[in-house]
Write a protein that binds this ligand. Structure first.
Ligand code: G3P
Length: 217
């Protein structure tokens, strides 16, 4: 399974990319709004750090505006993927941009029916938001199971990009189900490393080693 980071922070992206386990980046208007500087320049810098797809989202809500912004985003760098919302105009823009060989990530997906539309419109990625579904008392991972089953039934090539991951178990469950990608905030990627037995075990190994060196000295 591929692992993307969901952030606009260049500092965080550099740090995670340096670990060698990063496959791509997703951003959204809320994340990019937090960062200083021009968003196009920031996205260009991100493309220079990560060898993988970088999603930048349109803010227009009408087809014409989405097409204009989509072309603008796609021009930033070859690694750019245009993110459009799962609306009628978004699906129409997805079909049109995909027809021009521009990769599209259809975002704000909250149902299997919506995911089916994204695949039919030729989306490269669909982004179901598991955390936000959990927030409203439904099971976000059930949606991932449904989408993976539907896409497998018809050999759709749209990749399931599990978004709104809030904790390591979202990532583990996504991998168990066979989703293509999980995108996580930097803190969740950090949490994937943690296990108390790793820390305790390492501390003991080093202590035993030091004690043995002291005896030999
Ligand atoms: O970028 C889309 C998605 O990952 C947002 O996550 O935590 O704001 O629901 P969140």
């Amino acid at each position: 399974m591929k692992l993307f980071v969901d952030t606009g922070s260049i500092k965080d992206i550099e740090a995670i990319a340096a670990l060698g386990i990063l496959d791509g980046v997703t951003t959204n208007p809320s994340l990019l709004a937090k960062e200083p500087g021009d968003f196009r320049e920031n996205l260009k810098k991100i493309c220079g750090i990560v060898k993988g797809p970088v999603s930048g989202e349109v803010t227009a809500t009408d087809f014409t505006g989405m097409m204009r912004e989509g072309h603008d985003i796609a021009k930033i760098d070859d690694c750019m993927v245009v993110k459009v919302p799962l609306t009628r105009d978004g699906i129409k823009a997805c079909k049109a941009l995909s027809g021009e060989r521009i990769r599209v990530n259809v975002t704000l997906c909250f149902s299997a029916a919506q995911a089916l539309l994204a695949a039919k419109a030729g989306a490269t990625f669909v982004s179901p938001f598991v955390g936000r579904l959990d927030d409203v008392g439904t099971n976000g991972m059930d949606l991932i199971r449904e989408i993976v089953q539907i896409y497998d039934n018809y050999d759709f090539t749209t990749e399931v990009l599990v978004a709104s991951c809030r904790h390591p178990m979202h990532v583990v469950e996504a991998a168990r189900i066979g989703a293509d990608i999980a995108t996580c905030p930097p803190a969740v990627i950090g949490a994937l490393f943690n296990h108390p037995l790793t820390s305790i075990g390492l501390e003991k190994f080093l202590k035993d080693w030091e004690q043995a060196q002291a005896v030999k000295a």
